[in-house]
Design a protein around this ligand. Structure first.
Ligand code: TEU
Ligand code: CA
Length: 568
C-alpha cells in the first residue's frame, strides 16, 4: 500500500457482490465469513482494492441497495465483528476496502422514513420528497401522481400514502424512498455516518447514483417518448446543486484525512464535460465516476430492453471520447460489467468458441486504457451469462417487475424473455464459480439463485494453477499496471478509429510507448498501424495466444490481443 495521493491510478479494484460470492454457513446466501475465507484468492489475483456491494441491514428488496440501518451489518451477512475481521484480513494483505454508499434513498423500513411517514407533522417529514396529488385530481386516483416520472423499476416513481393523502418519491423501488438533500439535516446525518465508517478503517466509498441527489425542487414533468410515463432524468440527474453537495461532502468527510481514500461516484447519464468537473482534483468532489455511455450503445431509444447490435466502431468512438475528454483534467474509471450489467464476455466478447481468447482480450483492452480498472467477481474467470429457462428463474426486482408490466401491457412474452436473457442483472448475480461441485463451491446448501451449469468447466479451482487461464491473464494485466508506469500514467492515442474489427491504441509515457492491438472478431485480421513492421519486431509484453514467429506485418488471429513495448 502506498500513500501517494494518486495511488489509485496504479490500482485495480475488484467488486464483490456479497450475496453471490461465498456462503460460509450453507444457508444459500453469501456472507462476510465467506469473503474472509477467500481473501487469499484476491491477494493472489493481485488486486489493490475491494469494493463491497451493500452489506448493511436491509429488507433486501433490491438486494441491499435498500438500507434500513447505515451503521450495522445485515445479519444474513454477519455482524460488525465479522466486518472488522474482514477489514483486518484485507489490510494485512496490503489491500483496501471501499464501501457502497447508498444515500440517494433509504429503505422504507429505515427509521428515518418510518418517522417521516408517521405524518405531515413529523420532524423528519421533510427528509424525503412528499407531495400532494396533481392539482385538480383526487389523491390516489390513477394518473394523479405529483409528476409523470417513471421509476427505474417499472411503474410510477411515486407511491401514495393513504394515511396522509400525500405521495413520496421513489426513483427506484417503492421500498426505496428518495432522501431530500435540500434539507441540511439530511446532509449532516449522511456525512456523520460516512465519518463513522472511515473512523472504523474503511478506505473510501463507491457512491450509488450519487448524481441523482440534487433534484430540481419544482419537480417538473418529464417528456413522454415511450409508453405513458415521463422521463424525469433531466430534473434529477446532475441537478442544480450536485457540485455544491459533493464539495460539501468532501469538506465535511474527506478533508484532513490521510490521502489514501478512494471515491467513485456512480452517475447514470453523466456527460464527459460534467465528468471533468466531478473529477478535477482541484474541485475536490470525487476521484472518478462510473459513466454509462459504453453500456448503452447496444440499446435503442426505448431503454435497456430495446436491443440493438453493438458495433465496435461505436464502442471505440465512445471510450475514445472519454479518454480524450479526461486527458488533461480528471480521471476515468474503466469497467465492462458489474452487478447491474450482463457478463462482459457474453456482451462484448464471444462466450462460445473463443470464450477464453475473448475474455483475455477484454481484460487487455480495458486495463490498458488510462483510468482505474474495475473487475467484477467472476470476470477474471471468464464467467458467462446464465441460461435462464423461464420467468421464474429471475430474482432481480427490475427483471421481475419488467416481465410483469411488459407482458401485462401486451408485449410478446417470448420477446420480453429474450431481452431479459441478454440484459437481466441476474446474469451477473449467479453464484461465483469456485469449483466443479454441485454448489460450485459457493454453498453447500440451496443457492438463492441457480448456479450456472457451466461451472463444471468454468471455475476458479481449474484456473488458479494454470498459466494459460483467464485468471492468469488477469494476474498479468494487473501486474503490468503495477510494473509499467506507462499503463497508469501514459497519454492515450486511438489508432485506426474507422477499422470495424481492430481496436488499437498507444500509451506514451516518458521514454516508453506501448501499442495495444485487439481483434474483436472470429476471423484473422490485419492491423495496419503506423510503423507496423517495427512494432512487429518490438518487445511483446502481453498476448493471449502462444507467441508466434515475429512477422513483418501484424496479423491478428481470432480475438487475439497483444501489447508491445518500445523504449526510446
Ligand atoms: O444502479 C443505478 C442504475 O441506474 C442502474 O445501474 C440500474 O441498476 C439500471 O439502470 C437499471 O436498469 C444502482 C445500483 O448499482 C443498483 O444495483 C441499484 O439497484 C440502484 O442503484 C438503486 O440503488
Ligand atoms: Ca450464508
Amino acid at each position: 500500500m502506498t500513500d501517494h495521493p494518486d495511488w489509485w491510478k496504479r490500482s485495480v479494484v475488484y467488486q464483490i457482490y456479497p450475496r453471490s460470492f461465498a456462503d460460509s454457513n450453507g444457508d444459500g446466501i453469501g456472507d462476510l465469513r465467506g469473503i474472509i475465507e477467500r481473501v487469499d484468492y484476491l491477494a493472489a489475483l493481485g488486486v489493490d482494492v475491494i469494493w463491497l456491494s451493500p452489506v448493511y441491514p436491509s429488507p433486501q428488496d433490491d438486494n441491499g441497495y435498500d438500507i434500513s440501518d447505515y451503521q450495522d451489518i445485515e445479519p444474513v451477512f454477519g455482524n460488525l465483528g465479522d466486518f472488522d475481521e474482514l477489514l483486518t484480513a484485507v489490510h494485512d494483505r496490503g489491500m483496501r476496502i471501499v464501501m457502497d454508499l447508498v444515500v440517494n434513498h433509504t429503505s422504507d423500513e429505515h427509521s428515518w422514513f418510518v418517522d417521516s411517514r408517521s405524518g405531515p407533522d413529523s420532524p423528519r417529514r421533510d427528509w424525503y420528497w412528499w407531495r400532494p396529488a396533481r392539482a385538480g385530481m383526487p389523491a390516489g386516483a390513477p394518473g394523479a401522481e405529483p409528476t409523470n416520472w417513471g421509476s427505474f423499476f417499472s411503474g410510477p416513481a411515486w407511491e401514495f400514502d393513504p394515511s396522509s393523502g400525500e405521495y413520496y418519491l421513489h426513483l427506484f423501488s417503492r421500498k426505496q424512498p428518495d432522501l431530500n438533500w435540500e434539507n441540511p439535516d439530511v446532509r449532516r446525518a449522511v456525512y456523520e455516518m460516512m465519518r463513522w465508517w472511515l473512523d472504523r478503517g474503511v478506505d473510501g466509498f463507491r457512491m450509488d447514483v450519487i448524481n441523482m441527489i440534487s433534484k430540481d425542487p419544482a419537480l417538473p414533468d418529464g417528456a413522454v417518448t415511450h409508453g405513458v410515463l415521463g422521463d424525469g432524468s433531466p430534473h434529477f440527474q446532475c441537478g442544480p446543486r450536485i457540485h455544491e453537495f459533493l464539495q460539501e461532502m468532501h469538506a465535511q468527510v474527506f478533508d484532513g484525512r490521510p490521502g489514501h481514500l478512494l471515491t467513485v461516484g456512480e452517475m447514470p447519464g453523466v456527460t464527459v464535460d460534467e465528468a471533468v468537473l466531478f473529477t478535477d482534483p482541484a474541485r475536490r468532489e470525487v476521484d472518478m465516476v462510473f459513466q454509462f455511455e459504453h453500456v448503452s450503445l447496444d440499446s435503442g431509444p426505448a431503454g435497456k430492453w430495446d436491443l440493438r447490435p453493438l458495433r465496435l466502431l461505436d464502442l471505440k468512438a465512445s471510450l475514445g471520447r472519454w479518454q480524450a475528454g479526461l486527458a488533461e483534467r480528471g480521471w476515468n474509471s474503466l469497467y465492462w460489467d458489474n452487478h447491474d450489467q450482463p457478463r462482459a464476455v457474453s456482451r462484448f466478447g464471444d462466450d462460445g468458441r473463443y470464450r477464453i481468447e475473448s475474455a483475455k482480450l477484454l481484460a487487455t483492452v480495458l486495463h490498458l486504457h488510462r483510468g482505474t480498472p474495475y473487475i467484477y467477481q467472476g470476470e477474471e474467470l471468464g464467467m458467462t451469462n446464465a441460461p435462464f429457462a423461464g420467468p421464474d428463474d429471475f430474482r432481480d426486482i427490475e427483471s421481475v417487475n419488467h416481465y410483469r408490466t411488459a407482458v401485462a401491457a401486451g408485449q410478446d412474452p417470448d420477446s420480453v424473455l429474450a431481452a431479459l436473457r441478454l440484459r437481466s442483472r441476474d446474469n451477473a448475480r449467479t453464484p461465483m464459480q469456485w469449483d466443479a461441485s454441485p454448489g460450485a463451491g459457493f454453498s453447500t446448501g440451496q443457492p438463492w439463485i441457480a448456479v450456472n451449469p457451466n461451472h463444471v468447466e468454468i471455475n476458479a479451482a481449474a484456473q488458479t494453477g494454470d498459466p494459460e487461464s483467464v485468471f492468469a491473464h488477469y494476474q498479468a494485466v494487473i501486474a503490468l499496471r503495477h510494473a509499467e508506469p506507462a499503463v497508469a500514467h501514459g497519454d492515450f492515442t486511438m489508432l485506426l478509429p474507422d477499422d470495424p474489427v481492430i481496436y488499437a491504441f498507444t500509451r506514451h509515457f516518458e521514454a516508453t510507448t506501448l501499442l495495444v492491438l485487439a481483434n474483436f472478431s472470429a476471423e484473422s485480421a490485419a492491423a495496419p498501424v503506423p510503423e507496423e513492421s517495427e512494432w512487429a519486431a518490438a518487445e511483446l509484453v502481453l498476448g493471449n495466444y502462444p507467441a508466434g514467429d515475429p512477422t513483418s506485418s501484424v496479423l491478428l488471429r481470432p480475438w487475439e490481443a497483444r501489447v508491445y513495448r518500445r523504449r526510446r
